[in-house]
Design a protein around this ligand. Sequence first.
Ligand SMILES: Cc1cc2nc3c(=O)[nH]c(=O)nc-3n(C[C@H](O)[C@H](O)[C@H](O)COP(=O)(O)OP(=O)(O)OC[C@H]3O[C@@H](n4cnc5c(N)ncnc54)[C@H](O)[C@@H]3O)c2cc1C
Length: 61
Amino acid sequence: MARLGSLTINPLTRGPKIDAEFRSSVNGVFVAGNLLRGVETADRCAIEGMKAGKSIARYLK
Ligand SMILES: Cc1cc2nc3c(=O)[nH]c(=O)nc-3n(C[C@H](O)[C@H](O)[C@H](O)COP(=O)(O)OP(=O)(O)OC[C@H]3O[C@@H](n4cnc5c(N)ncnc54)[C@H](O)[C@@H]3O)c2cc1C
């Protein structure tokens, strides 16, 4: 889905490239969790999701 959506891929993680606000290279598309890289624990993914959600809320405002 990330590749079909033309998101820039991080060659190190092989997941979408994001900035500190979880923004991908495509305006309005945010990425968190295991889509970013190999499998992580559920708590780390949940914390990332929470942070990305806050970033999305700021974007929508
Ligand atoms: C059997 C099993 C046991 C596990 N046990 C543990 C454990 O004990 N402790 C631990 O820390 N971690 C465990 N994990 C890992 C943990 O579940 C994951 O690391 C975590 O859930 C990843 O979170 P995520 O938000 O990245 O992805 P997910 O939780 O997988 O969320 C992705 C969401 O995207 C949705 N989705 C997928 N494709 C599309 C689409 N095309 N359109 C719209 N929605 C879509 C899915 O339905 C899903 O709701 C386990 C995983 C599995 C499979």
